[in-house]
Design a binder for this molecule. Structure first.
Ligand code: SF4
Ligand code: SF4
Length: 190
């Protein structure tokens, strides 16, 4: 019913010589209005760049949200602040973060003998194995740039990059090793 009513309301094109002239005039006017809008932007200040011949100034990227990247420690910028809590990996709705941590293998600890202790010195505490980050990768083809991982990292080890010029023809090339990227950036900055 609603479609029928709409069809009835649509004006029929005018017929006859006068009608054809009116329709032509309407078409021409619409063309002039469209060209006016195009001309205004053509003559105005350019707001885009001709990539790859030109690139935008870094100031223009303020607030730009690129793919996530790791943040290094202030004194050792090639080491991420990450404490391997895995929160970012668990909270990511797209499952695009992949982290692996390696736990140090310790030599067998000497057994503490039970029984009355004459000495007041407490027995040595067993050494805790050290954990190291061995993999931190991002599948950017899945990322929705929602920022949940950045917001939930307890040690602010993640941020959005300003990496604006990244395009690939194959989806599998959109996976980035963030650990390697952090090390490379730290080396370039030193
Ligand atoms: S920005 Fe969102 S989608 Fe992208 S990696 Fe972080 S949590 Fe996942
Ligand atoms: S939430 Fe932060 S600290 Fe935890 S694993 Fe992710 S990057 Fe590392």
């Amino acid at each position: 019913m609603a479609i029928e009513a709409r069809i009835k309301q649509t004006p029929k094109p005018e017929t006859g010589v006068l009608g054809t002239l009116r329709e032509t005039a309407k078409g021409l006017w619409s063309l002039i209005v469209g060209l006016g809008v195009t001309g205004k932007y053509f003559a105005g200040k350019q707001v885009t760049v001709h990539y790859p011949r030109q690139t935008v100034e870094p100031e223009a990227l303020t607030g730009y949200r690129g793919h996530i990247e790791l943040v290094g420690k202030p004194k050792t910028p090639d080491t991420p602040r990450c404490i391997m809590c895995m929160k970012c990996m668990r909270i990511c709705p797209s499952g695009c973060i992949s982290i692996k941590a390696q736990t140090e293998k310790l030599p067998p600890q000497p057994e503490v003998e039970e029984g009355p202790q004459e000495s007041q010195v407490p027995p040595p505490q067993p050494k805790k194995p050290k954990k190291t980050l061995s993999k931190f990768s991002l599948d950017y083809s899945l990322c929705s740039l929602c920022s949940l991982c950045v917001l939930h990292c307890p040690v602010k080890s993640l941020q959005h990059s300003k990496h604006v010029y990244w395009a690939e023809t194959d989806k599998k090339d959109l996976t980035v090793d963030l650990l390697e990227r952090l090390r490379r950036s730290a080396k370039e900055a030193s």
